[in-house]
Unconditional design. Sequence first.
Length: 166
Amino acid sequence: MASRIEHRAEFSHGIAAVFAAQSGEAALRARLELLGGKHAGLPEHTLTSSGAHYKLVQGIGAEQLPQAVRTLHKGDLIVHREQTWTASGGGYTGTAKATVAGVPGEINARTELTERDGQTVLRTSGEVKVRIPLVGGKLESVIAEQVTKLLEHEAEFTAKWLADGN
């Protein structure tokens, strides 16, 4: 069984500005520098007139992991993320996928940027699956919680990036 991820963030800037803050190379590199942890990188980035595609690598130091995770996985967690955005109507829709090196499972999500009541809304809806007998469900729950916190921090970064006029 999978654990759900739901996240929503609102920004006072227009869709074009929020999209640039979510998918622009400079914004992604700055976000990784602040939030990417060990082993952070942007190995692939493509921006087109109809959307964007990029891959991120983020690391979580072993010392930051909950004990339940450390007993199953030795060392740092290296997270490989892939995001695709496509222009859709007046906004963008997308897919996000993440895997953790050495962990049998993945995170899959749908993303969207839309305008509502003068705000740009970023929504992420997905699920975490870990295929480890007996403890997979517990790990899914921990990972879903951590991913939600990461999405909150990334939304805070985006809001500051936009407020600073980047």
